[in-house]
Design a protein around this ligand. Structure first.
Ligand code: 5GP
Length: 344
């Protein structure tokens, strides 16, 4: 056993120090990014925010809304849609706004092969497992790269530089970073495993960028300022679950309780998800998730406006005209001195 003495930080442990700026207004800030992916060679242009592949968030309705919105946000579709629904979405809207998601189970792989065999090679795929540290996962990613040489592959989750390097060298374009920070995740409680998300992003971005790869900070953002901190720390993409839950696009029943409207939101490893999709048997995630009731928040466009407005404002505070410049314009200041209570 050994203990790492370096302090690792979460979003709540820092603030971004304001700097002199020549920007006059938030309108002058460009919050989109342009990337060319290392392995697929494909390019991306748009706001690098991705709706998480969760029930109520990674929905086809959310993807439709993003297409209408036109900002270039994208959705990692949850993996439980019948193939025909996904196919008709691609036929109608193209693939710019969606990542086709799979886990490591053979059924997901077979469904993907069926998709490809029917004439549609998804141009962006998200391979999502709770623990990206297994040898089996690395082999799976290599197999996916061989099968889909021109597809942009995002895969994870991991939280340390050496694993980011291994995945990028194995064919991943975007490594998904985050173990334990999710709003409905109970991994830290159930297993004691995790890594403070801001430090994970800083360290993993450094590892990925050195190899021409990218990272997606996944989980732990609860307010627009957290998303800005994730980009400032070096995340190329940011994935959101809870912040995009509770909207009309959730494809879920809205329940009334004491005059207020609510929606259910749950982790994809929670009992609720397992019951819904697997008849109660936990299969693809080792860790657990919880189920919460969140207030109904109307159409997602209102939340998007808050999110993008917040990020634009961050950029004006530090003099970054483009989101691309935010990281190099950022100085974080520590605002907590003590070890945080991870169970709060
Ligand atoms: P949020 O934005 O809600 O804080 O985090 C979203 C992320 O939480 C997802 O993208 C996914 O990585 C993670 N997540 C979703 N469901 C579960 C779950 O049941 N257990 C765990 N450990 N993580 C989850």
């Amino acid at each position: 056993m050994r203990i790492e003495q370096d302090t690792k930080l979460d979003f709540k442990d820092v603030l971004i120090r304001p700097k002199r700026s020549t920007l006059r207004s938030r309108k002058d800030v460009d919050v989109s990014r342009d990337f060319t992916f290392k392995w697929s060679g494909k390019s991306f242009s748009g706001v690098p925010i991705i709706a998480a592949n969760m029930d109520g968030v990674g929905t086809l309705a959310m993807a439709e809304a993003f297409v209408q919105d036109g900002n270039g946000l994208s959705v990692a579709l949850h993996k439980h849609y019948p193939l025909k629904d996904v196919q008709s979405f691609y036929k109608k809207n193209g693939s710019d706004s969606v990542w086709y998601s799979i886990g490591m189970v053979e059924a997901d792989w077979d469904k993907l092969q069926e998709f490809i065999a029917a004439g549609q090679m998804p141009d962006k795929v998200c391979i999502d497992v709770a623990n990206g540290y297994s040898e089996h996962f690395v082999d799976f990613v290599k197999r996916a790269r061989e099968r889909m040489p021109e597809t942009t592959i995002m895969a994870g989750n991991v939280v340390t530089g050496e694993m980011v390097e291994q995945l990028i060298l194995g064919g991943v374009d975007v490594v998904k970073v985050g173990i334990g920070p999710g709003s409905v995740c109970t991994t830290r409680k159930m297993t004691g495993v995790g890594y403070p998300q801001l430090s994970a992003i800083i360290e993993c971005a450094d590892a990925a960028h050195g190899l021409g790869g990218l990272i997606c900070g996944d989980g732990g953002c609860t307010v627009p300022g957290d998303i800005a901190k994730a980009f400032a720390a070096g995340a190329d993409f940011v994935m959101l679950g809870g912040m995009l839950a509770g909207h009309d696009q959730a494809e879920q029943k809205i329940v009334k309780d004491g005059g207020e409207k609510f929606l259910q939101f749950y982790g994809m490893s929670s009992d609720t998800a397992m019951k819904k999709h697997k008849g109660g048997v936990a299969e693809y995630r080792a860790s657990e998730g919880k189920t919460v009731k969140i207030p109904y928040r109307g159409d997602v466009s209102g939340s998007l406006q808050d999110i993008l407005g917040g990020i634009r404002s961050t950029c004006t505070y530090v003099g970054a005209q483009r989101l691309k410049d935010l990281s190099k314009c950022t100085t974080f200041v520590r605002v907590t001195q003590q070890i945080n209570n991870i169970f709060s």
